[in-house]
Design a protein around this ligand. Sequence first.
Ligand SMILES: *Cc1c(COP(=O)(O)O)cnc(C)c1O
Length: 374
Amino acid sequence: MPSKDEKIFVTRPNLPPLEEFLPYLEKVWESRFLTNNGPFHRQFEAELSRFLGVDYLSLFANGTLALVTALQALRITGEVITTPYSFVATAHALYWNGIRPVFVDVEPDYLTIDPAKIEPAITPHTTAILGVHVYGNPCKMEQIQEIADTFGLHVIYDAAHAFGVTYKGQSVLRYGDLSILSFHATKVFTTFEGGAIIAQNEKLKERIDYLKNFGFANEVTVIGPGINAKMNEFQAALGLLQLKYVQQYIEQRKQISLRYQEIFEKIPGIRVLPHPGEIEYNFAYFPIFIDEKVYGTSRDAMYEILKQHNIYARRYFYPLITHFPPYRGYESARPEHLPVAEKVSREVLCLPLYADLKPEVVEQIGDIFKQHAP
Ligand SMILES: *Cc1c(COP(=O)(O)O)cnc(C)c1O
């Protein structure tokens, strides 16, 4: 049992041993290279690309700036078709680019954007599809690409949850025109804050690298209205060290997830997501979906009951993006157009999941749910 006052949160960042990080800091203090494509930045960019199996990766200060810049890099305008079932930054990145989001529903199996809903939402103003690999579940990437090719649209993936995920043996980051990653404290791989854009060709990576540094191509040339979205040397150094450990973190997450799965598959009224063999997961989240009619107790009641046990689960993603004031006025945001997303948003609860989560806590959470089972 966890001690009586210990609070269990949905996640707890993994950090390498501090003594292993100190030599990196000493190097920074010696070199006085703090940012602007310094030695750790260059090394981390190369090693991370190799680790993820991608060719054209650009590091960013955080995932949101990466997404805002990705839309700029492709000169996306007009309307973009996207999902309501995500973290709000997905839609905010469109808003900050003056792009109108067009929300379509998610498919019921993996809760990614439903390809069948995309085509009917295309108008003469549509320029791109912005999918989210939610919980690390890859979007229906082949179908999405087919639609994009037919209608001449760009495809961007918010892969903030999908660090290290592969589909048919290849990184999901190789799909679409651009993908973005987040290395925020709550993600599987963290550099405190951080992110990346993955491009599919060198020319686009070059443009992205200019844009993240005010648009400077050299000391005297500005290619466009860039921004400051550079990753600093502190983040890059930590990232290098985290790469040594992330495989181990993911393996620990896997063991915990398998145990959760075993417990929750047997409880009537609770659904867990399937994990097909063609996908290698990162076990970023463990969402469960509570059908109150069958289970007998509501999602919100269970959320409160867990809190009474000092267990702080999170309702990712509730409310839907389409319920927030900047977005709820759009026709496409109306609940009747988004029945699947509305339903799962009312049912979802993400359970605590991190590499060093104690097995006793997993059993305790399982017992709490079993006590309330029908
Ligand atoms: C975390 C997250 C982001 C934002 O990333 P930051 O690094 O926190 O800016 C964007 N989209 C999704 C789906 C996320 O989960």
